[in-house]
Design a protein around this ligand. Structure first.
Ligand SMILES: C[S@@+](CC[C@H](N)C(=O)[O-])C[C@H]1O[C@@H](n2cnc3c(N)ncnc32)[C@H](O)[C@@H]1O
Length: 191
């Protein structure tokens, strides 16, 4: 077999593996949506689109000394990006075991692994006090519960970036609302 055939076979294999991963991901997203309809305590898994994630992280003005958390971190996409781009201390809280395991696997290959912590927990059982920069991609029906947690746990001056869905609380002051693809990214500050 010459080099050309070898290259073609490697590309084919790469495409097949990518297709399998993509299919697993789509099936998994479907399953989490169905489960969410039955179990109202959960938010479905849907990764943030890059454009929303990048805008939210820019608004948060992350610094290496910040304590950043993604509440409901999925497979860790936001964590790894934040850590790589800003060198920030990143924590992910993810309730679903399989997503948590994916993110632990990805963390293994990350350059900044010492600055990345992933917890397989329900965020309601995690004290959020130590975090000063928060990222959230939730759904409207779960927001009131999340807001109560923010009001109880967060120290004054903590920033929260919420993509697509707003937060309503007298203790969380809206600082910026930026339009992205006809939707919004919101930045709040605990006052
Ligand atoms: C819309 S996805 C966002 C994923 C990731 N943050 C992103 O932006 O790419 C919401 C995630 O929250 C997780 N989740 C739902 N309820 C949770 C809870 N009570 N505690 C921790 N994670 C939760 C889901 O499993 C899901 O992965």
């Amino acid at each position: 077999m010459n080099y050309w055939h070898l290259l073609v076979n490697i590309i084919r294999l790469g495409l097949a593996v990518s297709l399998i991963f993509l299919s697993i991901r789509i099936i998994f997203i479907q399953l989490t949506f169905q489960k969410t309809l039955k179990n109202k305590s959960l938010v479905p898994y849907l990764p943030s689109r890059d454009i929303f994630m990048k805008k939210a992280l820019t608004l948060l003005k992350l610094k290496p000394s910040d304590m950043f958390v993604d509440i409901g971190s999925g497979t860790g996409k936001v964590l790894f990006f934040a850590s790589r781009k800003y060198g920030v201390n990143s924590t992910g809280i993810e309730i679903r075991k399989i997503l948590y395991l994916f993110s632990v696997f990805y963390r293994f290959f990350s350059f900044n692994k010492r600055k990345i912590l992933i917890l397989n927990e329900d965020y309601r059982n995690v004290d959020l006090l130590k975090f000063n920069k928060i990222y959230i991609f939730g759904i409207p029906s779960r927001m009131p519960e999340l807001v109560k947690k923010f009001e109880a746990d967060l120290k004054k001056g903590t920033y929260i970036a919420s993509i697509i869905f707003p937060i309503k609380s007298s203790e969380l002051k809206l600082k910026t609302k930026t339009s992205v693809l006809k939707r919004f990214v919101y930045l709040y500050k605990k006052v």
